[in-house]
Design a binder for this molecule. Structure first.
Ligand SMILES: [Zn+2]
Length: 253
């Protein structure tokens, strides 16, 4: 009933809120070192109130929650995203909680992800996840601006890295099926927002306590990519898979 009322409310406001993940471009495009803007954030914001992404030239990290879009720079601090700025890659959704899990912790990110996996209807589920917690330990990064043609692996070696303890905040992101590359990032991809954007970035690792996990599962991916079909059918080389794993999951210094 609550959902029906919500739906009616948004319908009356003339806004369409489909239950789909909306993705701008592909991770394969970033692996090809094309960091040019593909869509204005002003347009992307119409497709979701929640999500993650990056900016033209990989100039910072984007994280959004409750309709607030933040850009985190290399000092880790956040500002409101300029609607005129563009994304070479972004994933957003109108977040609606389907499942809630509470964990006392402390547990690491892998244990949190395993708890989410156990609740999902199928192994290959696509979902958005919002994880509110106290972070006993936290590791995250922010990419620095790159020129087109700089390999993603090389680009990530100059990223700003942060190691913090005792903060409260929220992780926002997505879980894509294992065979999603080179379209999406396989497995979990999570960005961090601390204190309404005071600090944030791409999360590498964490130890969490007092954890509330909200899961929004869906079957629908809306891919806005110029060469999406080519990527879908091309598959991914073992070498690219390895590079992606290094860039997404590891500290580099
Ligand atoms: Zn990221």
């Amino acid at each position: 009933m609550k959902r029906l009322v919500q739906h009616l409310h948004t319908y009356l406001q003339g806004r369409c809120t489909p239950d789909e993940v909306f993705q701008v471009e592909t991770i394969g495009r970033l692996l090809d070192a094309d960091y040019s803007g593909a869509m204005r954030y002003g347009e992307i914001m119409r497709h979701g109130d929640f999500g993650l992404g990056t900016f033209t030239g990989l100039d910072g990290e984007m994280a959004a929650v409750d309709g607030l879009y933040y850009r985190f720079g290399p000092d880790g601090s956040g500002d409101a995203v300029d609607p005129e700025s563009q994304a070479p890659f972004a994933v957003v959704k109108h977040f609606q909680t389907d499942i809630t899990i509470r964990l006392d912790g402390p547990c690491d990110l892998e244990a949190v992800q395993a708890a989410i996996d156990a609740e999902l209807p199928e192994q290959d589920a696509l979902c958005a996840v919002k994880i509110s917690a106290r972070f006993d330990d936290l590791q995250f990064r922010v990419m620095r601006r790159q020129t087109d043609g700089t390999d993603l692996d090389t680009a990530s070696k100059s990223q700003a890295e942060f190691h913090e303890q005792g903060l409260e905040g929220v992780l926002v992101g997505f879980r894509f099926p294992a065979d999603s590359a080179p379209v999406g990032v396989p497995g979990y991809h999570l960005h961090l927002i601390i204190d309404n954007g005071r600090l944030g970035g791409h999360c590498h690792g964490a130890v969490l306590s007092d954890i509330t996990i909200e899961i929004d599962d869906t079957d629908h991916l809306h891919l806005a990519a110029e060469d999406g079909m080519t990527r879908l059918t091309a598959g991914m080389s073992a070498d690219d898979r390895e590079r992606l794993d290094r860039v997404e999951r590891e500290r580099r210094t």
